[in-house]
Design a protein around this ligand. Structure first.
Ligand SMILES: *Cc1c(COP(=O)(O)O)cnc(C)c1O
Length: 371
């Protein structure tokens, strides 16, 4: 047999695969227990938007047909929501799809892309798969104003003539850290116009409204800005895979050339369109999240565990020792959290905020888990 790994393109040979949160069914098989809760993938504990569920119920008999490859109805609804033109929207099989399309369209082995340490694992994977250079900029320290947050000055300084893309998640995953409006705006303003800034707003709905940064409002000012959003988190549709980007039409046109013709399935298109209007559900999700975040933060305070103040639906907790025994303890009691050693944070776990009941079960276990 050939050594197929050595036949792969150089960027792919060096890749470390993405490590997802452990599925509930896998833990059930391994431990033979039930009543498991998964707090590992920042999913919505309330389930999908009920409006989305109702909308797809009648669609099953139509599954023999290809979806609308242009996603007309969903784009129309999104254009209205964001006050943009339909030709500024690129739909994706999750926003992950759009992130990969951006890398494929704008990077080659001659280029580099800039992102922060402790940001979303998909960025280096997308960049490296192309064979482009990934420039990971060290994050701020625990004792800074924004623990483990992006060092925007250092990111700006890292831009050179070969830089084509900059990835920034706000709020950021896995840290939950957050860039305030002015700092982010000033950063984008100084980026050269031929360098595309990808602002990943997967958790925007969870950031408190008073301080929310909505990058889509800057699209008319910055032709090199791409904002990505997803239905996977607050809208509770992670299993359907649907997300999108907003950009100037020329960038959308480029992405449209390389996307798969039917990259968003028909159930996802329909569910997303219905979920946009479900503001009650989003409101409820925000309220449940804020309460759970307080519950978990208070428990960490009691246990003297430090954590990154989070503007997302998860908390990065530092156990100041190898986090794997804590992870295992929780696992054996039916709670799946997310180890983040692959991000260079072996002492931390990222814990998704669940319902009040789920958080109670977790906080009851944490004292013993930390022993
Ligand atoms: C979850 C997440 C996404 C969204 O992924 P989908 O492909 O839309 O499910 C994007 N960016 C970040 C930072 C995330 O954490």
């Amino acid at each position: 047999m050939s050594d197929f790994k050595s036949l792969a393109v150089p960027g792919v040979q060096k890749l470390k695969p993405y490590i997802p949160g452990k599925p509930i069914s896998e833990l059930e098989r391994e431990l033979g227990i039930d009543n498991i809760i998964k707090l590992a993938s920042n999913e919505n504990p309330l389930g999908p938007s009920p409006k989305a569920l109702a909308a797809i119920e009648n669609l099953l008999p139509e599954l023999a047909l290809y979806p609308d490859g242009n996603g007309f109805e969903l784009k129309k609804a999104l254009a209205e929501k964001h006050s943009v033109e339909m030709d500024q929207i690129t739909l994706g099989n999750g926003s992950n799809d759009v992130l990969v399309l951006l890398a494929e369209a704008f990077l080659s082995s001659a280029h580099n892309a800039v992102y922060s340490q402790y940001s979303f694992a998909v960025y280096p994977i997308a960049i490296q798969a192309i064979g482009a250079t990934h420039k990971m900029i060290p994050a701020l320290g625990w004792d800074s104003d924004s623990p483990l947050g992006c060092d925007l000055d250092a990111m700006a300084a890292a831009i050179d003539s070969q830089t084509r893309l900059i990835f920034i998640a706000n709020p950021n995953n896995p840290t939950g850290s957050f860039l305030p409006k002015k700092a982010l705006y000033d950063f984008i303003k100084q980026v050269p116009e031929d360098v595309i800034v990808v602002l990943d707003e997967a958790y925007l709905e969870y950031s408190p409204e008073s301080m929310r940064v909505d990058g889509s409002l800057w699209l008319s000012e910055f032709s090199n800005l791409v904002v990505t959003r997803t239905f996977s988190k607050a809208y509770g549709l992670a299993g359907l895979r649907v997300g999108y980007s907003l950009s100037n039409p020329e960038i959308a046109n480029v992405l449209n050339r390389i996307r798969q013709p039917f990259n968003v399935n028909s159930l996802a298109l329909k569910a997303a369109e219905a979920a946009i209007d479900d503001s009650d559900f989003i409101q409820k999700s925000m309220t449940v999240n804020a309460r759970g975040l307080d519950q978990l933060s208070a428990c960490c305070d009691d246990l003297n565990l430090r954590y990154v103040p989070s503007k997302g639906n998860f908390l990065l907790v530092d156990f100041q020792q190898d986090a794997m025994p804590v992870y295992e303890h929780l696992l054996h009691n039916g709670i799946i959290t997310r180890p983040v050693a692959n991000y260079g944070l072996p002492n931390s776990l990222r814990i998704t905020i669940g319902t009040e009941e789920q958080m109670q079960r977790l906080t009851d276990l944490l004292p013993a888990a930390c022993q």
